[in-house]
Design a protein around this ligand. Sequence first.
Ligand SMILES: Cc1cc2nc3c(=O)[nH]c(=O)nc-3n(C[C@H](O)[C@H](O)[C@H](O)COP(=O)(O)OP(=O)(O)OC[C@H]3O[C@@H](n4cnc5c(N)ncnc54)[C@H](O)[C@@H]3O)c2cc1C
Length: 414
Amino acid sequence: MADDSNQSTPLEKPPAAPDQAAAADPFGGLTIDFGGGANGAGEAPAPAANGSSPIDFGAPIAFGPPANAPPADAPLSTPMRPKTGGPVGGPDDGAERDEHRTKVLIIGSGPSGLTAAIYAARANLEPIVLAGAVPGGQLMITSDVENYPGFPDGILGPELMGKFREQAERFGTRIVDVDADRVDFSQRPFRVWARGTEYRADSVIVATGASALWLGLESETRLRGRGVSACATCDGFFFKGKEIAVVGGGDTALEEATYLTRFATKVHLLHRRESFRASKIMVDRAIANPKIEIHTNTAVDEVLGGAKVEGLRIRDMVSDTTREVPMEGLFIAIGYRPNTEIFKEQLEVDDKGYLVVHDETGSKIDGVFIAGDVHDHRYRQAVTAAADGCKAAIDAERWLESEGISEAATATAW
Ligand SMILES: Cc1cc2nc3c(=O)[nH]c(=O)nc-3n(C[C@H](O)[C@H](O)[C@H](O)COP(=O)(O)OP(=O)(O)OC[C@H]3O[C@@H](n4cnc5c(N)ncnc54)[C@H](O)[C@@H]3O)c2cc1C
């Protein structure tokens, strides 16, 4: 917990003159060192003219979408939807497939769901994906993804998810952009309802992910990917040499604040209460870290800035007064909500509401498999979710084969 001196210490950095700062730093000061900019990410801008920035300017990150990228809020295009739903380039007898019946029904279309679809489709299992009302998952609300293998220059989150989807559809996955609103796993075939339609499936892969919790401020939404983030592991690198804030009071907030000191010059930990929910060891570690400044009884009322985060309006919860402080980034670490509501009666959930897996991807019901962030609150990365989707599809395929539902001959050499 913070001592009084921490609470009364102002968030020190003097504000740069806004017009000067904006002119000198047109890319929002969000920079990344690509090792000399040889990747074509662009020319490095000149250092700030007013000399107030401690930032080592590398190549800038372009936060605007590239010419061919879909807008972040646009539904993903469906470039290749085969008429029969049969595998493209595979054995397709041309018969209409029952569009509500499948060997593998996948619920969720983030990295785990769509990877499961790619694998299941390539095994000729003709999967159906109920993609959710907001298809694509968490990466749809982020800008640059720089740690997904295969994209050395990084890729925008929505663009990456568009590629996942295109690849799944190429092999015959049928994708329906609806939320599943009810499931019945008590008998086979399993039954899943979405917007009044009943789907029946021999196996189900649950890949509904988790939703990051946000403060709910309009300015926070507007500046997501422009200095506001909910994932330190994913975005910490962008805040090299910057002064940033982390909001939250649990273990995750303390852990993220500590992690972010690898990049930031200073991390302000803002917590609206007097005491932390986090474990004592995490709090002690943060207090001992000279780069972390703890501000208890402090809430964020507004994120300030036009094209990027420039400051915060914070509220002292004791005196109920506000003030504005300069800040170059804001990490929201107030938790995640796993999307497990419709499964709670049928599958096991842990004390945090995440699904419980057995033997890698299994659930307590044979034939129902689980993949990605819906069970994983440890790694929470696109690549681990994708790996999980792969495992779930292979496990589903082998289970179907063991049940005599899919023929051994259809099993793909993955
Ligand atoms: C701001 C932010 C930035 C991130 N940046 C990175 C990064 O740079 N690199 C990285 O590796 N990871 C990053 N992550 C983490 C990464 O996005 C997740 O780990 C990953 O998306 C998890 O994939 P998933 O498929 O398990 O779940 P999700 O991506 O959460 O997808 C779940 C899907 O299920 C759907 N769904 C939910 N309920 C239902 C329902 N009832 N019926 C049908 N569908 C449903 C949702 O609409 C969604 O499409 C970031 C996360 C956030 C929040």
